[in-house]
Design a protein around this ligand. Structure first.
Ligand code: GLN
Length: 453
């Protein structure tokens, strides 16, 4: 099959089905068909690499030159990026096709994809349910087969949690493994991009293109990128799995727990050994995250002032009025909540009590993992406490929403790689198994995931 035929097939499917799921904000049909024709030419010339001509979807948080980049917000509804992010440039250079830009929670703040200016995304397994978030559009489009692979970003779980709820595979690499250049910043010390795919093998192929040093991102790590497909089939004999006792406690749906324990038993059959580990500070992770992430967001989002780009209010009376109304009309409720919380936590008199304290907890959480990884190679547990919940269920209760990420947030605070793979179903809704690895151990996570699939 040619890339042109494959791309056409995906575009037709998006046209027929995406009015239900709303997984795309922008479909770049003409661009995709051009890229597909170029890819077919490269293939004919013998110049193809594994992703040449493969139709992918990009989260609408990545700046794409000449294509609207909204970040799910009214604030950027009129924003056509003048430059290309490193991640999307790498895919372009590999000859991949971009089908479009996927829906997401506004500025990646959310766990259900209900805060997008472009409307909610529906879970393909049951359209009454949320797909998870913030990369809900990416997860839904893979689950509905509206792209062969997609990019997501994960600040506190936004790749792994929607992957779990949509029954797909997603990996958040080690902080610094993938360049954040041109990826609209939410919380810069936590944000990391990664692939969302059907299988671990697909994720490995995408990560091969995404990972690598980029001098344009000062936190990007200059370290060799292995071929992530090389170790996929390696046997798991002797693999040491840790199960954190804090993750199998109150709050976890017993049906989800049963699926996770079954999956771990499968790994034992594949030669792994299992032991209990402890991450004693994990109950502080959500609280610390909801100080640190909003603090960084309040700073990052100060650039949206209605002056240089993005939304500007009608008829401003003076500069103060321009700032005030552009921001109050351009941002949605959850974004404003985060800006308020973050500004408060960073203000004189409160900085030590909240921000500094949260940073100290962050160190304790990292130390917990360092200790655990002295005895085990991978930590396994649930990605989320329960399967996807009904649309509207938690929109009036931000704290209940924040608890959706109770098992994913610590990984970001520590900067570790984390992955979700499909593990089973509860009431027809997918449940994911979470794998957390040591720093730069993405190859091992992909290997462990691949052996299960
Ligand atoms: N749900 C978390 C939040 O709302 C994480 C989001 C993310 O990882 N981008 O902040």
């Amino acid at each position: 099959i040619s890339s042109e035929e494959l791309t056409r097939a995906y575009l037709d499917r998006i046209r027929d089905l995406d009015s239900t799921y709303n997984s795309y904000i922008t479909v770049t049909e003409d661009l995709a068909m051009n890229q597909a024709r170029n890819a077919d030419m490269l293939r004919a010339e013998g110049k193809a690499t594994p992703l040449t001509g493969i139709p992918l979807a990009q989260k609408d948080i990545f700046c794409t030159e000449g294509v609207k980049t909204s970040c799910g917000s009214k604030m950027l509804d009129n924003f056509i990026a003048p430059y290309e992010s490193t991640v999307t440039r790498n895919f372009n250079d590999a000859g991949a096709v971009m089908l479009g830009k996927t829906n997401m929670d506004e500025f990646a703040m959310g766990s259900s994809n209900e805060s997008s200016y472009y409307g909610i995304v529906r879970n393909p397994w049951n359209p009454e349910m949320i797909p998870g978030g913030s990369s809900g559009g990416a997860a839904a489009c893979i689950a509905a087969r509206l792209a062969a692979g997609a990019t997501g970003t994960d600040t506190g779980g936004s790749i792994r949690q929607p992957a779990s709820m949509c029954g797909i595979t997603g990996i958040k690499p080690t902080y610094g493994r993938v360049s954040r250049w041109g990826m609209i910043a939410f919380a810069s010390s936590l944000d990391q991009a990664g692939p969302m795919t059907r299988t671990a093998e697909d994720a490995a192929m995408m990560l091969n293109v995404m990972a690598g040093f980029d001098p344009k991102d000062s936190t990007c790590v200059n370290r060799e990128v292995p071929d992530y497909t090389a170790d996929l089939t390696r046997p798991l004999d002797g693999l040491r799995i840790g199960l954190p006792k804090e993750y199998f406690a109150a709050g976890l749906d017993s049906r989800v727990e049963a699926i996770i324990r079954d999956a771990v038993r499968e790994y034992e059959k594949l030669g792994a050994t299992v032991k209990e580990v402890s991450l004693p500070s994990s109950d502080l992770a959500v609280a610390a995250y909801y100080v640190i992430a909003p603090a960084e967001a309040s700073s990052n989002l100060s650039r949206f002032d209605g002056v240089r780009f993005g939304y500007r209010c009608e008829d401003p009376q003076d500069l103060e009025d321009l700032y005030k109304r552009s921001r109050s009309e351009g941002f949605g409720g959850e974004v404003k909540r985060r800006i308020l919380v973050g500004t408060y936590a960073l203000s004189a008199g409160y900085y030590d009590a909240y921000y500094l304290k949260a940073q100290k907890i962050r160190r304790l959480i990292k130390d917990d993992f360092t200790r655990a990884f002295q005895d085990v190679d991978v930590i396994m547990g649930p990605t989320a406490p329960a399967p996807a919940f009904p649309i509207g269920d938690k929109t009036d209760d931000p704290v209940a929403m924040y608890l959706s990420d109770i098992y994913t947030i610590a990984t970001n605070l520590a900067g570790l790689p984390g992955m979700t793979i499909p593990a089973g179903f509860v009431d027809g809704l997918p449940v994911g198994l979470q794998l957390t690895g040591n720093y730069f151990d993405e190859s091992r996570l992909l290997n462990i995931a691949h052996r299960f699939q």
